[in-house]
Design a protein around this ligand. Structure first.
Ligand SMILES: N[C@@H](CCC[C@H](N)C(=O)O)C(=O)O
Length: 279
């Protein structure tokens, strides 16, 4: 086995939260290295590593670390709840702490380790102003003028949440791709399909902007919880069954808290040739 690593390569970690999978590059102590081309090359599950999102850890002032998120199509995302929980767990293990703060494109966030091994993140308050979601024009966010009557919620990234009788019966790929590109969403949108199991229990499936169907989406789960409470379908606390397992959501005064498991699967090394070709 090759023990020495030639210069020009790049170390990475593979992590996931409920099967929402991430490549994580730790750029603390140096400048950011991720470019749209590198994100696209790495995101290719046949010729790269494959991920739902790429997260780059950077140094921060006034917080423990900063995080940038990239989709597999090379676009950036303002939020990624499950990657935030995974990287927060990594930094908590590294430092021996039970809580960390971080900065993302949407501002400061906080994460804590819960006693049962799960990791919680406060994803911040929902964005309920049409300009900030963003939407193309002023409309009723609780009843968007689209077939299926979705709700718009921002969590640092845009979400359109549909409430349906049976989320498992929805053509998520067909509807998701269409709604992602609807002109009402100038920055495109993530799309969630949820059905009510009980006043504190939802089933949700997701189409992620820039990625497609994924097994879980943390910011999407937060947006769905907010939309469900606003529509008076649930209280502010609930469990949510996504394709990859179960998340807990709690819309508190200080923001939407999302809790679930995390996994650090393996560490890898990108060859200098791969990195050079992707630049
Ligand atoms: N999987 C993420 C959300 C990813 C971001 C999204 N695709 C976007 O473009 O906004 C999560 O766990 O929140």
């Amino acid at each position: 086995m090759l023990e020495t690593r030639p210069p020009g390569g790049l170390a990475f970690m593979k992590m996931h939260g409920l099967g929402n999978d991430f490549v994580v590059i730790d750029s603390r102590g140096r400048g950011a290295v991720v470019t749209p081309a590198l994100a696209r090359a790495l995101g290719d599950r046949n010729r790269g590593v494959g991920f739902d999102q790429l997260a780059e850890i950077r140094d921060a002032v006034g917080a423990d670390f900063a995080l940038d998120f990239w989709n597999s199509d090379g676009t950036q995302a303002g939020a990624c709840g499950n990657a935030t929980r995974c990287v927060s767990d990594f930094v908590m293990r590294e430092t021996g702490r039970q809580a960390v703060t971080l900065v993302t494109a949407r501002g400061g966030l906080a994460a804590v380790r819960r006693g049962d091994g799960l990791v919680s993140v406060n994803m911040g308050p929902p964005v309920l102003d049409w300009r900030e979601v963003p939407l193309a024009r002023e409309v009723d966010l609780l009843h968007l003028p689209l077939a299926g009557d979705p709700v718009a919620v921002g969590m640092g990234n845009p979400h359109a949440v549909f409430f349906v009788p049976d989320a498992d019966a929805v053509d998520v790929a067909g509807w998701g791709a269409r709604v992602e590109h609807d002109p009402l969403f100038p920055a495109r949108t993530n799309v969630e399909f949820a059905s009510v199991v009980g006043p504190d229990h939802l089933r949700m499936r997701v189409w992620e902007r820039g990625t497609g169907i994924t097994l879980a989406c943390g910011s999407g789960a937060c947006a769905t919880a907010v939309a469900a409470h606003q529509r008076r379908l649930t209280g502010r606390r609930m469990v949510m069954d996504v394709d990859g397992g179960r998340l807990e959501l709690d819309w508190r005064d200080d923001g939407v808290w999302m809790t679930g498991p995390v996994a650090h699967v393996f560490d890898g090394w990108l060859s200098p040739d791969f990195v050079a070709a992707a630049r």
